[in-house]
Design a protein around this ligand. Structure first.
Ligand code: XCC
Ligand code: SF4
Length: 656
């Protein structure tokens, strides 16, 4: 058993972890311990299970066996395994994006149907009718997207535009021509586009049509599985090039579509103050935790929790009200748009249940541990799974259907409310710690804050007040003390006058320790230049840009600067980092950052060290192919230094 201080730097996690131990509840940290020692072949990436002649593994010390039964060597196996990770990560993001595009289409089609049935026409044409399960909340953004995509907007209703934009998005998933994605073409600056076109040629593989420009989101994912099937692609260079291509289909396709169309449906985030950490759970309230990734669900739960009938029921059952809080990325979605408090990041999902104060944890897809069901059994908490593609044995299944979204969301909230009397009051212990912070820094909100352009940031960079920008993203991983590396790397960069933008579980971590408060600039963790800049503009030294699909907001921001300077993204003094990476999605994000030209640090060594050629490509050769590469460094201090050095190198190259 671990000491509580070893698992996390977060006092709420420490307390709840101790409590779990006292109660004999097994958590992620015990399960990790039981897995020790973890398989060395797996850690190095040299085991292959891609066919039934195997499983095969390569001797990492250079002796026999040097090849799998089919003859594949260590580099082939490592590259194939990595490509499969990228493909799975891209699939998760992109399927999420598809779901959003389908929701927009369904809403537009329902508006059309209702109109034919003689319901109020104007409201439906504007898609602002409350009879629709989903409306268009940001008409301006819808128009802006349509214009980028080259869709004629003149004289069209919101409904027609929504339908057309959704159709272009959906076409990007399954089209069969060789053209790059419509969304990529609409969003990417020409200089970076050119780099994508030429990347494969530079890598000595001119037969890659379109270079590493993705043709369709699904196709590149399918091709990843095809290439890695036994007896297909064996050259680590071409396998990895296709990895870049697949990840770019995520970045400039699936994830981008998710972010952009979520903004259309639910509103583009604007700066707003909110709170984070387990202290946001309320003793006298029905507590509902929305956990997972898709706001198509969590938005509706937030709405349903304001239903007067359900509020009345909650009071009747002895609660003061209904308190919806978030967890992981779907928590960030409702945090960014409505200031709904966020209870924690990935490693706090079990901890939230251990408070004994959660009536229901409502989950959709991704990053939800099946263990939540086991922990919930020790309390009255109900785990409610909602996605037809994610079922948890032992949970309550209330599967979601967008067409009946309101009805189902109410049913879910009612289930939670009715569970309130089952709470054992003596078994409730909510840690009091929580922290305020400003969130909602969409690209639009940033532009608005700086008076319509990024000039003030660019000038501060040129002057040297800010040395550059770092995009910090990604998960928690129990192999690292929770949030430790997130915060250390953040502080070390801010000390060196690097402005931070970030998403995902990093953003929740940063918020918990006050980094999203403008006052944080007064601490010793922020350098004098950055301090002066953020004080002048009244912003915190780090900007929360949202969930993990919102990493595309970081890309769009970088793209705008690249356009202003007429250079590819790779020329900018910008770096990325996933200090506590865990998921396959994080692998896809890291890869698409690098492919897009942003050198990216990983704080967890991915399973690639068994393939020396692969390691060389990822950490060196990619500089010549896409102008960026990976930095792998588990030590947060060294990592921050390496990232800073990269920023300074880019400044020098730009002559600033
Ligand atoms: Fe999951 Fe998105 Fe990672 Fe957190 S950061 S552990 S992916 S919730 Ni996206
Ligand atoms: Fe072994 Fe080759 Fe089959 Fe992989 S594909 S399991 S290396 S025989």
């Amino acid at each position: 058993m671990k000491k509580y201080k070893e698992v996390s730097i977060d006092p709420t996690t420490q307390k709840m972890y101790e409590r779990a131990q006292e109660m004999g509840i097994e958590t992620v940290w015990e399960r990790l311990e039981k897995q020790q020692p973890q398989c060395g072949y797996g850690l190095l990436g040299v085991c292959c299970r891609n066919c039934m002649m195997g499983p095969c593994r390569i001797n990492p010390f250079g002796g026999e066996p040097r090849r799998g039964v089919c003859g594949a060597d260590a580099d082939t196996i490592v590259a194939r395994n990595l490509l499969r990770m990228i493909a799975a990560g891209a699939a998760a993001h992109s399927d999420h994006g598809r779901h959003v595009a389908l929701t927009l289409l369904i809403a537009a089609e329902m508006a059309e149907k209702f109109k034919k049935e003689g319901k109020p026409v104007l409201e439906l044409d504007n898609m602002a009718s409350s009879t629709l399960p989903y409306q268009v909340r940001d008409v301006e953004k819808l128009k802006a997207i349509a214009e980028r995509l080259g869709i004629e907007t003149e004289g069209k209703t919101v409904r027609e535009l929504a339908k057309e934009v959704a159709e272009v998005a959906l076409n990007d998933f399954g089209k069969q021509d060789e053209e790059a994605l419509a969304f990529l073409k609409a969003y990417l600056n020409p200089k970076t586009y050119e780099m994508f076109e030429k990347a494969a040629e530079k890598a000595g593989m001119p037969w890659f049509e379109n270079g590493i420009l993705p043709r369709s989101i699904d196709r590149e994912i399918v091709e990843s599985l095809h290439r890695t099937h036994i007896g297909t692609d064996h050259d680590p260079v071409s396998i990895l090039l296709h990895g870049l291509k697949t990840s770019l289909g995520d970045a400039w396709g699936g994830s981008l579509i998710a972010t952009e169309l979520q903004d259309v449906l639910f509103g583009t985030p604007q700066v707003i103050k909110a709170e984070a950490n387990l202290g946001v759970l309320k003793e006298d309230y029905v507590n509902i935790v929305v956990h997972g990734h898709e706001p198509v669900l969590s938005e509706k739960i937030v709405e349903a929790a304001q239903d007067p009938e359900l509020l009345e029921l909650a009071e009747k059952l002895g609660a003061k009200g209904i308190n919806v809080v978030g967890m992981c990325c779907t928590g960030l979605e409702v945090l960014m748009r409505h200031g709904i408090p966020i209870a924690g990041n990935f490693l706090q999902q079990e901890m939230a249940i251990v408070t004994g104060a959660v009536e229901a944890m409502v989950v959709d897809v991704q990053c939800i541990m099946p263990a939540t069901v086991d922990v919930a059994r020790c309390f009255h908490t109900k785990i409610i799974d909602t996605s037809p593609l994610a079922t948890f044995p032992g949970a309550i299944h209330i599967k979601f259907d967008e067409r009946r979204a309101d009805e189902i969301a109410k049913e879910i909230v009612k289930t939670a409310v009715e569970n309130f009397p089952n709470r054992s009051k003596v078994r409730v212990e909510i840690p009091k710690e929580k922290m305020a912070g400003y969130v909602g820094f969409s690209v639009e909100a940033i532009l608005k804050h700086f008076g319509g352009s990024l000039k003030p940031i660019e000038e501060a960079i040129v002057e040297g007040k800010i040395k550059g920008v770092a995009g910090l993203v990604g998960c928690n991983n129990p192999k690292i003390k929770q949030d430790h590396n997130h915060i250390k790397i953040a502080n070390e960069l801010m000390k060196r006058d690097v402005l931070l933008v970030g998403t995902g579980c990093w953003a929740t971590a940063a918020m918990k320790y006050g980094i999203f408060l403008p006052e944080y600039a007064d601490t010793e963790n922020v350098g004098p230049g950055l301090r002066e800049f953020v004080k002048e503009w009244g912003i915190p030294p780090a900007l929360n840009m949202g969930s993990c699909v919102d990493c595309t907001r970081i890309l769009v921001l970088a793209d705008l600067v690249a356009r202003d300077l007429n250079v590819p993204i790779s020329a900018l003094p910008v770096v990325g980092s996933a200090p506590e990476a865990m998921t396959e999605k994080a692998v896809s994000i890291g890869t698409y950052f690098v492919a897009s030209g942003i050198t990216t640090h990983l704080g967890i060594v991915p399973p690639v060290l068994g393939g020396p050629k692969v390691v060389k490509i990822l950490t060196q050769d990619l500089y010549d192919i896409v102008g960026a590469a990976f930095i792998v460094e588990p030590d947060p201090y060294k990592a921050a230094k390496l990232m800073y050095d990269h920023i300074m190198k880019k400044r020098k190259e730009l002559g600033i």
